[in-house]
Design a protein around this ligand. Sequence first.
Ligand code: ZN
Length: 493
Amino acid sequence: MMAGAVDLQRIVSRSIDGGAVHPLSVASIDGTAFGLGSTPDGEKLLISGRAGCGTGFETEKSIAVEGGELVVCALTPANAQAIRRVLPFTAPRPVGGRDVTIGLGDRLGRAGAGHIAAIRGRRAWPVLAQQSVRELTLTGRTFGDVLDASTWAVLRGGFSEPWGADGDHLKTVQWVATALTAGLTMITADVSDHLHGEFAARSEAEVRAAYAALDGAYRQEVEARYLSSGVPVTFTTLELARTVLVYRDAVTQAVRLYRAGASIRGEAGFDFELSIDETEYPTTPQAHVFMAMESRRAGVALTSLAPRFVGEFQKAIDYIGGLKEFEESFAAHASLASALGYRISVHSGSDKFSVFPSVGRLSGGRFHLKTAGTSWLEALRVVAAADPELFRALYALALERYPNARKLYHVTPDLGALPVAAGLSAADASALLDDVNARRVLHITYGEMLAVPDLKARLFAVLSRRADEYAKGLEVHIGKHLALLGIGPREKA
Ligand code: ZN
């Protein structure tokens, strides 16, 4: 039986000129060894065992070897699906029941190695595949592409721990179905289009009048529920009226999105996060309780909820606002989540270093935190060092196309403080990756950059050449996130 790592390595080096297997990637099952290897034709899935061991895979070629065969397969979507079937650890699964999970969005499909290196052996579980519809649109990818990149990264790194896959900020039933059908295991339901934020600012008289116009039986029902002592936060009649007016339709939409998921994966067969973070007004404790309790009454199995906290969570820079105010807001939401039986979720969690210790402590070590843009910026850091000319071209385009990119993201950099691209030295280019204004501009313009085929090809070429450097940079940078969040090494069982 030729199943071990040494055997696969030996067979590959004898059978393929210049072929080598990534040592951690070898996994054996029933006398067949699977591994990822580099070959003169690029990276391949390599399978060795008895004749027919490659059954179920799209094979490029089969090489007869002593006692069996070596099958060479391209990293196609069909083969990613086949490997998930044969080696279940390469498939995502629900992880919402774990104490700490970290969303590690990877817009380029190249960050997996660094993400796995950062989280391996720590007291947290990764959501390795995490993309929003906005990101898919801007990068020209599908949920299948995102999931497959994570599957190959997991196999390459021999990462056998549970990991999740999140369809982030999904607003429609169609997108929920698309994500779950592609194999994702978590839905982040974004109900912001169904919030009536105008009522958050209306006068008391206007709110009372609008509330009085609602169906009487419905009003009686919610009053009995929320003006009683059986809820974890007290409501005044005005607070209840305002909350109902702003959030009632959003509950209906949350239920609709959950039901769409349950019809595919079954009740509680997937992680379901409710997100109300992309609004201008902070979520009140009353709004949090109303959204969660009304959704649950309608049968929604919530695994996490993402409120809009006070202060500002702009992309790829630290928290803006007072730490004390944040701590009060966060502690209130975290304790409600804990009382109601799910975890608090922090979106736009990239680089929020000043609040991470509070998040870890005040959540009691139970939370989900999403990052994405920071891994994209680490890729640009590799480019700035390796190919300053390419970086100047990307940066020039970012400045030029910023007004367009800004339509999709809320950031407020000081553009006047930024240098022009021409003549930037390599050192200046690298320094921009630590500048709060440049980071926001470079973060949100990824779609503009990737839409230029030549720039995109050169960017990927640099990341291929400098794959180890990118992984190392991510390991350190994401590692800094984890350390400040209080996520230590896991004790040996
Ligand atoms: Zn969000």
